[in-house]
Design a protein around this ligand. Structure first.
Ligand code: NDP
Length: 419
Protein backbone atom coordinates (compact mmCIF):
# COMPACT_ATOMS: atom_id res chain seq x y z
CA UNK A 1 0.00 0.00 0.00
CA UNK A 2 2.71 2.51 0.81
CA UNK A 3 6.29 3.66 1.10
CA UNK A 4 7.42 5.30 4.33
CA UNK A 5 10.52 7.19 5.39
CA UNK A 6 11.21 6.56 9.09
CA UNK A 7 13.60 9.04 10.73
CA UNK A 8 15.31 7.80 13.92
CA UNK A 9 16.48 4.33 14.87
CA UNK A 10 16.45 4.41 18.69
CA UNK A 11 14.34 2.54 21.25
CA UNK A 12 10.90 3.62 20.01
CA UNK A 13 11.74 3.63 16.29
CA UNK A 14 13.12 0.08 16.48
CA UNK A 15 9.76 -1.19 17.73
CA UNK A 16 7.78 0.86 15.20
CA UNK A 17 10.01 -0.48 12.40
CA UNK A 18 9.54 -4.07 13.55
CA UNK A 19 5.77 -3.57 13.71
CA UNK A 20 5.76 -2.05 10.20
CA UNK A 21 7.61 -5.15 9.03
CA UNK A 22 4.91 -7.37 10.59
CA UNK A 23 2.38 -5.36 8.56
CA UNK A 24 3.93 -5.59 5.09
CA UNK A 25 0.61 -5.29 3.27
CA UNK A 26 0.44 -1.68 4.43
CA UNK A 27 4.17 -0.95 4.77
CA UNK A 28 5.43 -2.34 1.48
CA UNK A 29 8.65 -0.32 1.53
CA UNK A 30 10.40 1.52 4.33
CA UNK A 31 13.56 3.56 4.51
CA UNK A 32 15.22 3.77 7.93
CA UNK A 33 17.24 6.98 8.11
CA UNK A 34 19.02 8.31 11.15
CA UNK A 35 22.05 10.23 12.34
CA UNK A 36 24.01 7.01 12.93
CA UNK A 37 23.51 4.89 9.82
CA UNK A 38 25.22 1.81 11.30
CA UNK A 39 22.24 1.39 13.70
CA UNK A 40 19.85 1.43 10.71
CA UNK A 41 21.99 -1.12 8.86
CA UNK A 42 22.17 -3.41 11.90
CA UNK A 43 18.38 -3.41 12.25
CA UNK A 44 17.88 -3.96 8.53
CA UNK A 45 20.24 -6.95 8.70
CA UNK A 46 18.18 -8.48 11.53
CA UNK A 47 14.90 -7.96 9.67
CA UNK A 48 15.85 -8.90 6.10
CA UNK A 49 14.49 -12.33 5.28
CA UNK A 50 11.87 -12.17 8.07
CA UNK A 51 9.50 -9.74 6.34
CA UNK A 52 8.03 -8.90 2.93
CA UNK A 53 8.67 -5.20 3.59
CA UNK A 54 11.50 -3.92 1.45
CA UNK A 55 13.98 -2.06 3.68
CA UNK A 56 16.59 0.49 2.68
CA UNK A 57 18.71 2.71 4.94
CA UNK A 58 20.26 6.16 4.81
CA UNK A 59 22.20 8.64 6.89
CA UNK A 60 20.47 11.93 7.63
CA UNK A 61 20.92 14.86 9.98
CA UNK A 62 17.32 15.83 10.60
CA UNK A 63 18.38 19.14 12.13
CA UNK A 64 19.26 20.09 8.57
CA UNK A 65 16.08 20.75 6.58
CA UNK A 66 17.85 20.63 3.21
CA UNK A 67 19.21 17.15 3.93
CA UNK A 68 15.72 15.89 4.80
CA UNK A 69 14.28 17.50 1.65
CA UNK A 70 16.94 15.84 -0.51
CA UNK A 71 16.24 12.46 1.09
CA UNK A 72 12.46 12.80 0.63
CA UNK A 73 12.95 13.83 -3.00
CA UNK A 74 15.16 10.85 -3.72
CA UNK A 75 13.01 8.25 -1.88
CA UNK A 76 9.54 9.70 -2.73
CA UNK A 77 7.70 8.37 0.36
CA UNK A 78 3.95 8.66 0.98
CA UNK A 79 4.61 9.54 4.62
CA UNK A 80 7.48 10.60 6.88
CA UNK A 81 7.46 9.12 10.39
CA UNK A 82 9.51 11.29 12.72
CA UNK A 83 10.69 9.03 15.53
CA UNK A 84 13.89 10.95 16.19
CA UNK A 85 13.63 13.58 18.93
CA UNK A 86 11.18 16.46 19.50
CA UNK A 87 14.03 18.83 18.59
CA UNK A 88 13.66 17.79 14.94
CA UNK A 89 9.85 18.21 14.64
CA UNK A 90 9.89 21.58 12.89
CA UNK A 91 12.69 20.90 10.43
CA UNK A 92 11.03 17.65 9.38
CA UNK A 93 7.61 19.36 9.08
CA UNK A 94 9.22 22.06 6.94
CA UNK A 95 10.77 19.39 4.72
CA UNK A 96 7.42 17.59 4.37
CA UNK A 97 5.77 20.86 3.38
CA UNK A 98 8.46 21.57 0.82
CA UNK A 99 7.88 18.14 -0.73
CA UNK A 100 4.09 17.80 -0.23
CA UNK A 101 4.35 14.66 1.92
CA UNK A 102 2.31 13.62 4.99
CA UNK A 103 4.01 13.82 8.40
CA UNK A 104 3.66 12.18 11.82
CA UNK A 105 5.55 12.13 15.12
CA UNK A 106 5.35 10.85 18.69
CA UNK A 107 6.16 13.96 20.76
CA UNK A 108 5.52 17.68 20.38
CA UNK A 109 8.20 20.23 19.62
CA UNK A 110 10.70 21.44 22.14
CA UNK A 111 13.96 23.19 21.35
CA UNK A 112 17.34 21.70 22.09
CA UNK A 113 18.71 25.10 23.04
CA UNK A 114 16.43 26.70 25.61
CA UNK A 115 18.75 29.70 25.87
CA UNK A 116 18.06 30.71 22.25
CA UNK A 117 16.78 34.31 22.65
CA UNK A 118 14.21 34.08 19.82
CA UNK A 119 12.66 30.93 21.31
CA UNK A 120 12.99 32.27 24.86
CA UNK A 121 10.97 35.41 24.08
CA UNK A 122 8.03 33.33 22.79
CA UNK A 123 8.39 30.89 25.69
CA UNK A 124 8.38 33.62 28.35
CA UNK A 125 5.24 35.13 26.86
CA UNK A 126 3.54 31.71 26.74
CA UNK A 127 4.42 31.02 30.39
CA UNK A 128 2.78 34.32 31.37
CA UNK A 129 -0.26 34.00 29.11
CA UNK A 130 -0.99 30.27 29.36
CA UNK A 131 0.31 29.58 32.87
CA UNK A 132 2.50 26.50 32.41
CA UNK A 133 6.27 26.48 32.06
CA UNK A 134 7.20 23.15 30.42
CA UNK A 135 9.64 23.61 27.53
CA UNK A 136 7.27 21.87 25.10
CA UNK A 137 3.87 22.95 23.84
CA UNK A 138 1.76 22.55 20.72
CA UNK A 139 1.80 26.17 19.57
CA UNK A 140 4.87 25.69 17.36
CA UNK A 141 3.30 22.87 15.40
CA UNK A 142 -0.25 24.24 15.42
CA UNK A 143 1.23 27.27 13.66
CA UNK A 144 1.63 24.98 10.59
CA UNK A 145 -2.11 24.25 10.29
CA UNK A 146 -2.88 26.63 7.46
CA UNK A 147 0.24 25.68 5.50
CA UNK A 148 -0.59 21.96 5.72
CA UNK A 149 -4.23 22.61 4.77
CA UNK A 150 -3.16 24.64 1.76
CA UNK A 151 -0.67 21.99 0.71
CA UNK A 152 -3.39 19.31 1.03
CA UNK A 153 -1.28 17.17 3.37
CA UNK A 154 -1.80 15.80 6.87
CA UNK A 155 0.36 16.09 9.99
CA UNK A 156 -0.55 13.69 12.80
CA UNK A 157 1.02 14.86 16.07
CA UNK A 158 1.93 12.61 18.97
CA UNK A 159 0.93 9.08 18.02
CA UNK A 160 2.69 7.23 20.84
CA UNK A 161 0.94 6.01 23.99
CA UNK A 162 0.85 9.23 25.97
CA UNK A 163 0.41 11.35 23.97
CA UNK A 164 -1.38 9.20 21.43
CA UNK A 165 -3.42 6.26 22.68
CA UNK A 166 -4.59 8.28 25.69
CA UNK A 167 -6.23 10.76 23.28
CA UNK A 168 -7.81 7.94 21.27
CA UNK A 169 -9.23 6.68 24.59
CA UNK A 170 -10.71 10.15 25.20
CA UNK A 171 -12.24 10.34 21.71
CA UNK A 172 -13.61 6.81 22.12
CA UNK A 173 -15.12 7.58 25.55
CA UNK A 174 -16.77 10.71 24.16
CA UNK A 175 -18.10 8.89 21.11
CA UNK A 176 -19.44 5.76 22.80
CA UNK A 177 -19.71 6.17 26.56
CA UNK A 178 -20.58 9.76 27.48
CA UNK A 179 -22.78 12.68 26.47
CA UNK A 180 -20.39 14.94 28.40
CA UNK A 181 -17.05 14.28 30.03
CA UNK A 182 -16.39 16.25 33.22
CA UNK A 183 -12.97 14.99 34.31
CA UNK A 184 -10.13 12.98 32.82
CA UNK A 185 -7.30 11.47 34.89
CA UNK A 186 -4.55 9.96 32.77
CA UNK A 187 -2.59 7.39 34.81
CA UNK A 188 0.76 6.11 33.53
CA UNK A 189 2.13 3.30 35.64
CA UNK A 190 5.36 1.48 34.95
CA UNK A 191 5.58 -1.43 37.37
CA UNK A 192 8.72 -2.70 35.62
CA UNK A 193 12.10 -3.33 37.23
CA UNK A 194 15.33 -3.15 35.20
CA UNK A 195 17.62 -3.78 38.15
CA UNK A 196 19.60 -0.53 37.80
CA UNK A 197 19.54 2.04 40.61
CA UNK A 198 18.78 4.67 37.97
CA UNK A 199 17.93 4.55 34.27
CA UNK A 200 15.29 6.18 32.09
CA UNK A 201 13.07 4.09 29.87
CA UNK A 202 13.09 6.47 26.95
CA UNK A 203 15.57 9.10 25.77
CA UNK A 204 17.17 10.33 29.06
CA UNK A 205 17.44 13.96 28.02
CA UNK A 206 13.78 14.27 26.98
CA UNK A 207 12.61 12.14 29.91
CA UNK A 208 14.47 14.10 32.60
CA UNK A 209 13.45 17.45 31.14
CA UNK A 210 9.81 16.34 31.29
CA UNK A 211 9.89 14.85 34.76
CA UNK A 212 11.87 17.62 36.47
CA UNK A 213 9.54 20.37 35.15
CA UNK A 214 6.82 21.85 37.39
CA UNK A 215 3.58 19.85 37.38
CA UNK A 216 0.37 21.34 36.04
CA UNK A 217 -3.22 20.44 35.34
CA UNK A 218 -6.21 21.97 33.59
CA UNK A 219 -9.13 23.07 35.74
CA UNK A 220 -12.15 25.26 35.00
CA UNK A 221 -10.66 26.75 31.86
CA UNK A 222 -7.12 27.48 33.03
CA UNK A 223 -3.81 25.90 34.01
CA UNK A 224 -2.85 25.32 37.63
CA UNK A 225 0.92 24.92 38.05
CA UNK A 226 2.51 23.28 41.10
CA UNK A 227 6.14 22.49 42.07
CA UNK A 228 7.55 19.31 40.50
CA UNK A 229 6.48 16.11 42.30
CA UNK A 230 4.47 18.05 44.89
CA UNK A 231 1.17 16.17 44.32
CA UNK A 232 1.36 12.47 45.13
CA UNK A 233 -1.34 9.82 45.19
CA UNK A 234 -1.24 6.05 45.71
CA UNK A 235 -3.26 3.98 43.26
CA UNK A 236 -3.88 0.26 42.99
CA UNK A 237 -3.25 -0.69 39.35
CA UNK A 238 -4.74 -3.80 37.79
CA UNK A 239 -2.05 -6.51 37.39
CA UNK A 240 0.64 -4.25 38.90
CA UNK A 241 -0.49 -3.42 42.43
CA UNK A 242 -0.28 -0.28 44.56
CA UNK A 243 2.11 2.41 43.32
CA UNK A 244 2.89 6.01 44.23
CA UNK A 245 2.18 8.35 41.33
CA UNK A 246 2.93 12.05 40.90
CA UNK A 247 1.14 14.79 39.00
CA UNK A 248 3.10 15.95 35.93
CA UNK A 249 2.53 18.44 33.14
CA UNK A 250 1.92 16.43 29.97
CA UNK A 251 1.43 17.51 26.40
CA UNK A 252 -1.92 15.88 25.64
CA UNK A 253 -3.63 17.91 28.39
CA UNK A 254 -3.16 20.98 26.19
CA UNK A 255 -4.95 19.57 23.14
CA UNK A 256 -7.61 17.68 25.11
CA UNK A 257 -8.56 20.89 26.93
CA UNK A 258 -9.39 22.34 23.50
CA UNK A 259 -10.94 19.27 21.91
CA UNK A 260 -13.10 17.69 24.65
CA UNK A 261 -16.06 20.09 24.88
CA UNK A 262 -16.93 21.23 28.39
CA UNK A 263 -14.23 19.22 30.18
CA UNK A 264 -13.73 20.65 33.67
CA UNK A 265 -10.49 19.05 34.79
CA UNK A 266 -7.65 17.06 33.18
CA UNK A 267 -4.75 15.67 35.21
CA UNK A 268 -1.81 13.40 34.37
CA UNK A 269 -0.08 11.13 36.90
CA UNK A 270 3.02 8.98 36.44
CA UNK A 271 4.43 6.41 38.85
CA UNK A 272 8.02 6.70 40.08
CA UNK A 273 10.00 4.59 42.53
CA UNK A 274 11.85 6.25 45.40
CA UNK A 275 15.25 5.40 43.92
CA UNK A 276 14.42 7.22 40.67
CA UNK A 277 13.22 10.30 42.56
CA UNK A 278 16.25 10.38 44.90
CA UNK A 279 18.67 10.11 41.99
CA UNK A 280 16.84 12.73 39.96
CA UNK A 281 16.80 15.21 42.85
CA UNK A 282 20.49 14.68 43.50
CA UNK A 283 21.39 15.07 39.81
CA UNK A 284 19.30 18.22 39.64
CA UNK A 285 20.88 19.63 42.82
CA UNK A 286 24.39 19.23 41.43
CA UNK A 287 23.47 20.73 38.05
CA UNK A 288 23.59 17.55 35.95
CA UNK A 289 20.13 18.17 34.46
CA UNK A 290 21.13 21.56 33.11
CA UNK A 291 20.76 22.12 29.37
CA UNK A 292 23.04 25.17 29.39
CA UNK A 293 26.53 24.45 28.00
CA UNK A 294 29.45 24.81 30.44
CA UNK A 295 33.16 25.14 29.79
CA UNK A 296 35.05 22.00 30.80
CA UNK A 297 38.82 21.94 30.22
CA UNK A 298 38.49 24.18 27.18
CA UNK A 299 35.48 22.32 25.74
CA UNK A 300 31.81 23.15 25.83
CA UNK A 301 29.68 20.36 27.26
CA UNK A 302 25.97 20.23 28.06
CA UNK A 303 25.57 18.53 31.48
CA UNK A 304 22.36 16.62 30.61
CA UNK A 305 23.94 15.34 27.37
CA UNK A 306 27.01 14.17 29.28
CA UNK A 307 24.68 12.42 31.75
CA UNK A 308 22.92 10.71 28.81
CA UNK A 309 26.28 9.27 27.74
CA UNK A 310 26.73 7.76 31.22
CA UNK A 311 23.25 6.28 31.64
CA UNK A 312 22.14 2.94 30.19
CA UNK A 313 20.73 3.21 26.67
CA UNK A 314 16.94 2.72 27.06
CA UNK A 315 17.08 0.42 24.02
CA UNK A 316 19.33 -1.93 26.05
CA UNK A 317 16.89 -2.36 28.96
CA UNK A 318 14.73 -4.98 27.21
CA UNK A 319 16.42 -8.19 28.36
CA UNK A 320 16.60 -7.12 32.01
CA UNK A 321 13.20 -5.48 32.55
CA UNK A 322 10.46 -7.53 34.21
CA UNK A 323 6.95 -6.57 35.33
CA UNK A 324 4.12 -4.72 33.61
CA UNK A 325 2.94 -1.29 32.58
CA UNK A 326 -0.64 -0.13 33.04
CA UNK A 327 -1.55 3.11 31.23
CA UNK A 328 -5.03 4.53 30.78
CA UNK A 329 -7.67 7.18 31.43
CA UNK A 330 -10.36 7.43 34.10
CA UNK A 331 -13.39 9.47 33.05
CA UNK A 332 -16.28 10.96 34.96
CA UNK A 333 -19.25 12.56 33.24
CA UNK A 334 -22.82 12.04 32.20
CA UNK A 335 -24.70 9.62 29.96
CA UNK A 336 -28.46 9.92 29.39
CA UNK A 337 -28.70 12.37 32.27
CA UNK A 338 -26.98 10.08 34.80
CA UNK A 339 -23.55 10.31 36.42
CA UNK A 340 -21.09 7.78 35.01
CA UNK A 341 -17.48 6.69 35.59
CA UNK A 342 -15.37 4.73 33.11
CA UNK A 343 -11.75 3.51 32.91
CA UNK A 344 -10.00 2.51 29.68
CA UNK A 345 -6.49 1.08 30.01
CA UNK A 346 -3.87 -1.23 28.61
CA UNK A 347 -1.62 -3.62 30.50
CA UNK A 348 1.64 -4.57 28.83
CA UNK A 349 4.26 -7.09 30.00
CA UNK A 350 7.92 -6.07 29.60
CA UNK A 351 9.17 -9.61 28.99
CA UNK A 352 6.44 -10.42 26.45
CA UNK A 353 7.44 -7.28 24.54
CA UNK A 354 11.06 -8.34 24.69
CA UNK A 355 10.24 -11.79 23.33
CA UNK A 356 8.25 -10.28 20.45
CA UNK A 357 10.38 -7.32 19.37
CA UNK A 358 13.50 -7.29 21.60
CA UNK A 359 12.44 -4.17 23.57
CA UNK A 360 10.95 -3.25 26.93
CA UNK A 361 7.31 -2.16 27.23
CA UNK A 362 7.86 1.61 27.17
CA UNK A 363 9.40 1.45 23.70
CA UNK A 364 6.72 -1.09 22.74
CA UNK A 365 3.75 0.94 23.98
CA UNK A 366 5.08 3.93 21.99
CA UNK A 367 6.28 2.10 18.86
CA UNK A 368 3.03 0.19 18.25
CA UNK A 369 0.82 3.35 18.16
CA UNK A 370 3.42 5.02 15.94
CA UNK A 371 2.91 2.21 13.42
CA UNK A 372 -0.88 2.28 13.92
CA UNK A 373 -1.03 6.07 13.40
CA UNK A 374 1.05 5.73 10.23
CA UNK A 375 -1.29 2.98 9.04
CA UNK A 376 -4.34 5.28 9.58
CA UNK A 377 -2.74 7.87 7.28
CA UNK A 378 -1.62 5.37 4.65
CA UNK A 379 -4.89 3.45 4.38
CA UNK A 380 -6.96 6.64 4.24
CA UNK A 381 -8.89 6.03 7.48
CA UNK A 382 -7.52 9.31 8.78
CA UNK A 383 -7.27 11.64 5.90
CA UNK A 384 -7.84 15.37 6.14
CA UNK A 385 -5.44 18.18 5.30
CA UNK A 386 -4.07 20.12 8.25
CA UNK A 387 -2.30 19.50 11.55
CA UNK A 388 -4.11 17.28 14.06
CA UNK A 389 -3.76 15.42 17.32
CA UNK A 390 -5.10 11.90 17.72
CA UNK A 391 -8.42 12.82 19.41
CA UNK A 392 -9.41 14.88 16.35
CA UNK A 393 -9.93 11.72 14.27
CA UNK A 394 -12.47 8.89 14.45
CA UNK A 395 -11.08 6.66 17.23
CA UNK A 396 -12.73 3.42 16.08
CA UNK A 397 -10.29 2.16 13.43
CA UNK A 398 -7.31 3.15 15.63
CA UNK A 399 -8.77 1.37 18.68
CA UNK A 400 -9.47 -1.73 16.57
CA UNK A 401 -5.90 -1.68 15.28
CA UNK A 402 -4.51 -1.39 18.83
CA UNK A 403 -6.30 -4.62 19.72
CA UNK A 404 -4.95 -6.33 16.64
CA UNK A 405 -1.34 -5.11 16.81
CA UNK A 406 -0.42 -5.76 20.44
CA UNK A 407 -2.01 -3.16 22.73
CA UNK A 408 -5.46 -4.54 23.59
CA UNK A 409 -7.50 -2.30 25.84
CA UNK A 410 -9.62 -3.12 28.85
CA UNK A 411 -12.62 -1.36 30.36
CA UNK A 412 -13.97 -0.87 33.85
CA UNK A 413 -17.33 0.72 34.59
CA UNK A 414 -16.67 0.98 38.31
CA UNK A 415 -13.11 2.29 38.73
CA UNK A 416 -11.65 3.63 41.96
CA UNK A 417 -11.35 7.39 41.37
CA UNK A 418 -8.27 9.47 42.19
CA UNK A 419 -9.05 12.09 44.87
P1 NDP B 1 16.34 7.46 21.36
O1 NDP B 1 17.29 8.44 21.92
O2 NDP B 1 16.44 6.03 21.74
O3 NDP B 1 16.34 7.52 19.76
C1 NDP B 1 16.36 8.73 19.05
C2 NDP B 1 16.82 8.44 17.64
O4 NDP B 1 16.78 9.64 16.89
C3 NDP B 1 18.23 7.89 17.56
O5 NDP B 1 18.27 6.90 16.56
C4 NDP B 1 19.03 9.13 17.15
O6 NDP B 1 20.21 8.86 16.45
C5 NDP B 1 18.03 9.79 16.24
N1 NDP B 1 18.37 11.22 16.10
C6 NDP B 1 18.60 12.12 17.07
N2 NDP B 1 18.91 13.30 16.54
C7 NDP B 1 18.88 13.15 15.19
C8 NDP B 1 19.11 14.00 14.09
N3 NDP B 1 19.46 15.27 14.26
N4 NDP B 1 18.99 13.49 12.86
C9 NDP B 1 18.64 12.20 12.66
N5 NDP B 1 18.40 11.33 13.66
C10 NDP B 1 18.53 11.81 14.91
O7 NDP B 1 14.87 8.05 21.71
P2 NDP B 1 13.53 7.19 21.95
O8 NDP B 1 13.42 6.16 20.91
O9 NDP B 1 13.46 6.83 23.38
O10 NDP B 1 12.43 8.33 21.69
C11 NDP B 1 12.04 8.68 20.38
C12 NDP B 1 10.90 9.68 20.43
O11 NDP B 1 9.76 9.08 21.05
C13 NDP B 1 11.20 10.94 21.25
O12 NDP B 1 10.68 12.04 20.56
C14 NDP B 1 10.43 10.72 22.53
O13 NDP B 1 10.07 11.93 23.16
C15 NDP B 1 9.22 9.98 22.00
N6 NDP B 1 8.47 9.23 23.01
C16 NDP B 1 7.10 9.33 23.00
C17 NDP B 1 6.34 8.63 23.91
C18 NDP B 1 4.85 8.66 23.83
O14 NDP B 1 4.19 7.87 24.53
N7 NDP B 1 4.24 9.50 23.01
C19 NDP B 1 6.96 7.80 24.95
C20 NDP B 1 8.40 7.67 24.81
C21 NDP B 1 9.11 8.39 23.88
P3 NDP B 1 21.59 8.42 17.19
O15 NDP B 1 21.51 6.95 17.23
O16 NDP B 1 22.67 8.95 16.34
O17 NDP B 1 21.57 9.05 18.57
Amino acid sequence: MGRVLIIGCGGVASVAIRKCCQNSEVFEEIMIASRTKSKCDALKEKLDGTTDTEITTAQVDADNMEEVVALIKSYQPDLVMNIALPYQDLTIMDACLACGVNYMDTANYEPEDIEDPAWRAVYDRRCREEGFSAYFDYSWQWAYRKKFEEAGITALLGSGFDPGVTQAYCAYALKHEFDEIDTIDILDCNGGDHGYAFATNFNPEINLREVSAPGSYWEDGHWVEVPAMSIRRTYHFDQVGAKDMYLLHHEEIESLAKNIPGVKRIRFFMTFGQSYLDHMRCLEDVGMLSTAPIDYEGRQIVPIQFLKALLPDPASLGPRTTGKTNIGCIFTGKKDGRDKTYYLYNVCDHQECYREVGSQAISYTTGVPAMVGAMMLLNGNWNKPGVFTVEEFDPDPYMEALNKWGLPWQESYDPVLVD
